[in-house]
Design a binder for this molecule. Structure first.
Ligand code: FAD
Ligand code: DLZ
Ligand code: SF4
Length: 519
């Protein structure tokens, strides 16, 4: 049999994968930069630069380890500019009968690979704690399934933060201690500055040329592009941020994008860091007394719980999941999501930070940009394409359940038991944005009323039929019903008038969208 071609995708940059550890000596390992992966949605220039620079560095690492590597550059004349076509071209050129690849992170690629027939052989992605078949078994036959149940089972299975079969600290969950807002006297640690080398500089020039028109700046690029840099980020997080991670996990700051968050998702999703080593380092920090249990548990829950859970849901439910739109939301994206030109301070800052850093932390994604889109009735396809494009850590297996399920409640409660809708009161409690804002967060209908307030009630009224019987929504519908009729009418009119002032992109109707939606 001829030698195999091993295709390593841009987010599979680790030599621990079976496809590499089981490679025969004469295998050709291919990494391919292609135009179509850069613009099937308009990825943030920092995201593309991060991936291409990390791919180039990883190719060097593999060469140093003795692998025979073919690297297709974006500006090579014979590059087919499509991952699957380029891999097949290389397989022909190197006379390889078989193309081996690790299970990709997006359905659209898996579908294409499977459509190419027996020449392609898929390997399991072993970077996760839970295999897809184990997740399927866990899900099977359950009428009620929640992340919390999955997470507890994973704690028991891995032994992470467990003591004699019981959760460390005597509780599974420290969420109640993890809701402090920002306060004036807090100092947030500065991120480590990574040295910009020639490889990254070269890639930046390439990205400017081909993708410079996409939303987002390249200036200030400071992502880890090698394993060594990613390990430095992990060490920095453990030493300087972890201890406060839990307490301020939900806080939002007007001037600091990161607070005590780790910014490790991009490295983990790329393969530069393993989920296991990250969780084990955090557990060890707790054991060594460097971090309290609410911080260590709060952090491990995100990775061992949420990250694994959303991946399981994605692969169980695709491709139908992507077509879900249970709230029948039809609007396009507000146009200011592409330029941050809005007077709503919280939105403006989240969008500016996204533009400048290809990063926003979880609560900004969920409760600011996500909440606003939910309240306005933005179609899942429009919002999902945006999230997939603008964040350095975005791949569909993790982005889609978070956006369509958790944020837009478009799966009807499959991922979350109620919508994460909120008025300005929540943003005011958790952030210091409102005092910088031209709107008044205390007003609902006055001239300067915070738009989140009327939109919130408008959303609840619009979806009353679907939501009012949800046990967790009863109280809030009770408050709405106790308001006088003319008050309720004024609130709905205020929301409608505000919606008239927003320019939404063309509504999503029937037909395919860039990343393969049919809505
Ligand atoms: P930290 O706050 O330091 O958290 C630690 C780690 O936990 C993260 O690095 C991440 O790996 C994991 N994590 C935390 N929350 C989640 C979650 N809800 N789902 C999965 N993993 C989680 N995360 C992505 O990695 N890629 C995405 O494309 C993505 N899209 C999102 C879209 C929306 C609308 C929302 C609400 C969340 C999304 N998330 C996504 C989850 C989360 O916001 C990011 O993982 C997190 O903000 C990354 O920053 P961090 O590394 O500083 O995280
Ligand atoms: C996101 C991305 C980009 C921008 N460019 C490339 C590329 O040139 N070559 C490549 O192999 N991968 C790239 N990727 C990552 C892929 O899109 C990713 O592997 C799939 O989306 C599956 O998660
Ligand atoms: Fe956002 Fe409203 Fe606060 Fe302004 S007042 S920052 S719009 S929540």
């Amino acid at each position: 049999m001829s030698r195999p071609l091993i295709l390593i995708l841009g987010d599979q940059l680790t030599d621990s994968l079976d496809v590499l550890t089981q490679a025969p000596d004469d295998a050709v390992v291919a990494l391919c930069e292609v135009k179509t992966e850069g613009d099937y949605v308009p990825h943030h220039p920092q995201k593309i630069a991060l991936i291409l620079s990390a791919m180039r560095h990883f190719a060097d690492t593999l060469r140093d380890k003795g692998y025979r590597v073919h690297y297709s550059r974006l500006d090579d004349d014979d590059n087919r500019q499509d991952l699957i076509d380029e891999a097949e071209r290389l397989a022909d050129a190197y006379e390889c009968d078989e193309i081996r690849v690790t299970h990709p992170g997006e359905w659209r690629l898996l579908e294409r690979i499977q459509s190419r027939g027996t020449r392609w052989r898929l390997y399991e992605d072993t970077r996760f704690y839970c295999t897809l078949s184990d997740f399927g078994e866990w899900l099977e036959g359950r009428r009620r399934f929640r992340m919390e149940d999955f997470y507890r089972q994973m704690r028991k299975r891995t032994g992470l933060l467990m003591r004699d079969g019981e959760p460390a600290g005597g509780q599974w969950n420290f969420d109640k201690e993890n809701r402090a807002p920002v306060s004036g006297d807090l100092d947030f640690p500065a991120s480590p500055q990574h040295r910009m080398d020639d490889t990254t500089r070269e890639v930046e020039a390439l990205v400017s040329e081909h993708f410079g028109h996409h939303f987002g700046t390249l200036e200030g690029f400071n992502w880890a592009v090698t394993r060594r840099q990613a390990l430095a980020d992990l060490r920095h997080f453990i030493d300087h941020a972890l201890a406060h991670f839990g307490t301020y996990q939900d806080a939002i700051s007007d001037d600091d994008p990161l607070l005590f968050h780790s910014r490790l998702s991009a490295s983990m999703n790329l393969g530069l860091l393993g989920a296991r080593e990250v969780c084990e380092a955090v557990e060890k920090a707790w054991q060594d007394g460097k971090a309290p249990i609410n911080a260590a548990e709060g952090f491990i829950r995100q990775i061992l719980g949420w990250r694994e859970y959303v991946r399981g849901i994605y692969w169980q439910r695709m491709p139908d999941y992507k077509r879900e739109n249970r709230l029948d939301a039809r609007r396009g994206l507000p146009d200011f999501y592409w330029n941050a030109d809005t007077e709503l301070r919280c939105l403006r800052r989240a969008l500016e930070m996204t533009r400048d850093n290809a990063y926003a932390h979880h609560i900004q994604r969920l409760m600011v940009t996500g909440n606003f889109a939910l309240l306005c009735g933005v179609a899942p396809a429009a919002l999902c394409d945006w999230y997939l494009a603008v964040y350095a850590d975005a791949y569909e297996w993790v982005e889609l359940p978070n956006t369509l399920g958790m944020t837009l409640y478009a799966d009807g409660g499959y991922l979350g038991s109620k919508p994460y809708c909120a008025s300005g009161k929540y943003i005011d409690r958790m952030s210091d944005h409102c005092r910088e804002c031209r709107y008044d967060v205390k007003q609902v209908t006055g001239d300067n009323a915070c738009p989140f307030n009327s939109l919130y009630w408008h959303f609840l009224e619009t979806h009353r039929k679907r939501l009012e019987n949800n046990q967790r929504m009863r109280l809030i519908y009770g408050s709405w019903d106790r308001m006088a009729d003319d008050r309720r009418e004024a609130i709905i009119a205020k929301a409608d008038a505000f919606l008239e002032t927003i320019t939404f992109e063309a509504p999503y109707g029937k037909g395919d969208h860039a990343s393969g939606y049919q809505n």
